[in-house]
Design a protein around this ligand. Sequence first.
Ligand SMILES: *[C@@H]1O[C@H](CO)[C@@H](O)[C@H](O)[C@H]1NC(C)=O
Ligand SMILES: *[C@@H]1O[C@H](CO)[C@@H](O)[C@H](O)[C@H]1NC(C)=O
Ligand SMILES: *[C@@H]1O[C@H](CO)[C@@H](O)[C@H](O)[C@H]1NC(C)=O
Ligand SMILES: CC(=O)N[C@H]1CO[C@H](CO)[C@@H](O)[C@@H]1O
Ligand SMILES: [Ca+2]
Ligand SMILES: [Ca+2]
Length: 575
Amino acid sequence: MMSRTLTLCCLLGLALPALAELGWWRSAQFYQIYPRSFKDSDGDGIGDLEGITQQLSYLKEIGVTATWLSPIFTSPMADFGYDVADFYNIDPMFGTMEDFDKLLARANQLNIKIILDFVPNHSSDECDWFIRSAAGEEEYKDFYVWHTGKVVNGIRQPPTNWISVFRGSQWTWHEGRQAYYLHQFLAKQPDLNYRNPKVVEAMKDVLRFWLRKGVYGFRIDAVPHVFEIAPDKDGNYPDEPRNEYVSDPEDYSYLQHIYTTNQPETIDLVYQFREVIEEMNAELGGDDRVLLTEAYAPLDVLMQYYGNATHNGSQIPFNFELISNLNINSNAYQYSELVHNWLDNMPEGQSANWVLGNHDQSRIGSRLGADRIDSINMLLLTLPGISVTYQGEELGMTDVWISWEDTIDPQACQSNPNEYERLTRDPVRTPFQWNDQPLAGFTTGSETWLPVASDYKLVNVKRERGIPLSHLNIYKQLRTLRDLPTLKHGDATVNAIGPNVLAIKRSLQGEKSYITIINLSDDVESVNLDAVFAGLTAELKYVVVSEKSLRRKDDVTFANSVLLMPKEGVVLATV
Ligand SMILES: *[C@@H]1O[C@H](CO)[C@@H](O)[C@H](O)[C@H]1NC(C)=O
Ligand SMILES: *[C@@H]1O[C@H](CO)[C@@H](O)[C@H](O)[C@H]1NC(C)=O
Ligand SMILES: *[C@@H]1O[C@H](CO)[C@@H](O)[C@H](O)[C@H]1NC(C)=O
Ligand SMILES: CC(=O)N[C@H]1CO[C@H](CO)[C@@H](O)[C@@H]1O
Ligand SMILES: [Ca+2]
Ligand SMILES: [Ca+2]
């Protein structure tokens, strides 16, 4: 039948029905791979592209729709790849362009979409553009932000008091050009000048290049830092005001960053990047391509990233409400409020997204409590919209303590032995734990770039596959639920039931309702769900339980008295 229809279509010269899946991302499962730490294929102790290709089937196993890779571009690695020297090439540490093509081909076979990390704010100082700019070449001389500084009492000083995210002045003197250049991060990361239209066009070309190769979009890094305030008519910039409560003049928090972050032009740049995405959708056809934006910004600014009346923006402005504001002592009212902050303020027709872990933040188990890992994954995967999981959170990996001597994260290394633990991101970037072999099966070599967690014999993919209620298997069960129409398209009602219990109801006309309830506390109490949610059946069935549960999957309970163990989370369904 099928083939006859096809033949007929062809005979009549009709277009085949579109196979493109528009809006695939609206309820997708995104997974962040930190390539240095995912899988090492050649024994040098550093993860690489071939390693990722080998393990893509694992992503399929846990139901990942799309994976975004932290930077893999040519880089001197002063900031682990967030200092790009060639936006058009792969760093040899990770492999070759051929390896990348193989990764894309394998991902296509498995129907997993590859998203790249795009670092627009700056390049490496070893980037050809910077070298030409520093040399004053006409085409490139305004590719970066240069200023000759000011002279006070006969002494040359940087043009402003601006402080780098990684401590110290944002301005570094360049002998060759005889001027200061701006860098919001390391001196090895000069900021590109987005007030130069040539820079904007050059970066759009970078996007086009990778989209034509077959990636499905970008996660755009550190968007709020892209623009600084425009210089005045004399080419000068204003100083930023102080934060009186901070005394260390080298520390980023010493100043209020009103002129170097979240400038209004940023939003428009995101809209322009989205136009490139649409232009490429039209050129290449097939499934939608997406923009994910990383911005730690006020909620009203984040909502503008989605778009306005006349322009579309980022489909996925990362929602950091939960990651930034929850801590181990947060109560259910706070959880509920943070969830509502996004759902209630999001523009109509957009999709919510939920981020609870990434390469810059302490692990979920370390931040919110190891005994809440399953509950937090239940929250992440049953809230409406897009979920984003950082590698290893599905296994319940926790922070690895690393001494000052062994610390390599530049954000921490630029501080001191007393401060580094607050700043270091090494503990969340340790090698992925595949099995109980030496070095957790991450490498065949004898050492790794960061130490492997000492708990790897207990926390690893191989072992957790064999334990019915392991973190991994609960994660997989939750993933399966997400294919149900109720979880894909249903409404969500989120409520705190007292300070200790958070409840989420998902419902859809004509379908079963699903209720996630999480006990954040250490006390036992029973809840009456009928008092919180309308339209439940008298009895509810357990759909996902955790290792803390006394109940089994498919057991039933009365909706008006559901008992939860300390820190237990479960998913129930109407019958
Ligand atoms: C929407 O964004 C565009 C592009 O940045 C801007 O020109 C326009 O004024 C905005 N419209 C509204 C209603 O804010
Ligand atoms: C935004 O994107 C949607 C979906 O692709 C499209 O229907 C709509 O026309 C776009 N809106 C604007 C203002 O471009
Ligand atoms: C949550 O656990 C605490 C501590 O064991 C207990 O007092 C409380 O009753 C539990 N909550 C529910 C809804 O079961
Ligand atoms: C939030 C943040 O700062 N993210 C990235 C921004 O860019 C710097 C420098 O490239 C990275 O180190 C951060 O991870
Ligand atoms: Ca390697
Ligand atoms: Ca900038």
